[in-house]
Design a protein around this ligand. Structure first.
Ligand SMILES: [Fe+2]
Length: 211
């Protein structure tokens, strides 16, 4: 993709993210404050002159199934603009998980930060990311200082917060993890594909597994 094309596809993604988040802030007033923080950051975001080197990881093989699922759901417009820009994105993993979660888990998950660390647009306090986990995986109990909201694109993922039983969550509705609230994710038959934001009170600290 040449620079002009990348800029125009990014603009579409940026506009769609802002439109989606504005709509969610209105529909879910309890989450409006953190959502509005991300909207403000997205509004002022612009692509750097030199984009980070695109990178795909083994977990990206779940992307076609994830996108197909998303394109049949309420966040299809966001899925479409993301798919168009995705060849420019850099997929990453939280590498310190490898020791405890193993190579197989690491090869079945990844995420790509629009805003944040190792991101398209660097930011040290907020993250806006697209996250994938293949079917039949368990992302065990973990926590972090940052406040977090997931907006799943669809699927039969089970979500758990604190010690509450895991439940299915509707596509496009927020799953809000307050700072340090332990949470876990179990995928069943579909991959997990979700948009996710973090708002950190200080420089971003990576998530840690809770023993
Ligand atoms: Fe989290």
């Amino acid at each position: 993709m040449n620079n002009d094309e990348a800029n125009s596809q990014f603009k579409n993604l940026q506009n769609e993210l802002i439109k989606f988040l504005n709509n969610r802030a209105e529909a879910f007033p309890a989450q409006a404050e953190p959502i509005n923080t991300i909207i403000n950051e997205l509004n002022s975001a612009s692509l750097p002159d030199f984009l980070p080197e695109p990178l795909r990881l083994p977990g990206c093989r779940h992307l076609p199934a994830a996108l197909e699922m998303a394109q049949g759901g309420p966040m299809s417009e966001l899925a479409n603009v993301f798919a168009a820009f995705e060849p420019c994105m850099r997929w990453i993993r939280t590498e310190h998980y490898r020791e405890k979660l193993g190579d197989e888990y690491m090869d079945n998950y990844c995420y790509t930060n629009v805003l944040g660390y190792d991101a398209l647009i660097s930011h040290d306090r907020v993250i806006a990311t697209f996250f994938i986990i293949g079917s039949g995986r368990h992302y065990p109990r973990h926590h972090h200082e940052a406040e977090e909201i997931y907006f799943p694109f669809g699927g039969d993922t089970l979500w758990s917060q604190d010690d509450k039983p895991a439940t299915l969550r509707p596509a496009a509705e927020p799953i809000h993890n307050t700072p340090w609230l332990p949470h876990e994710i179990t995928t069943q038959t579909t991959p997990l594909f979700t948009f996710c934001v973090w708002i950190s009170p200080g420089p971003i600290q990576l998530a840690q597994l809770v023993e």
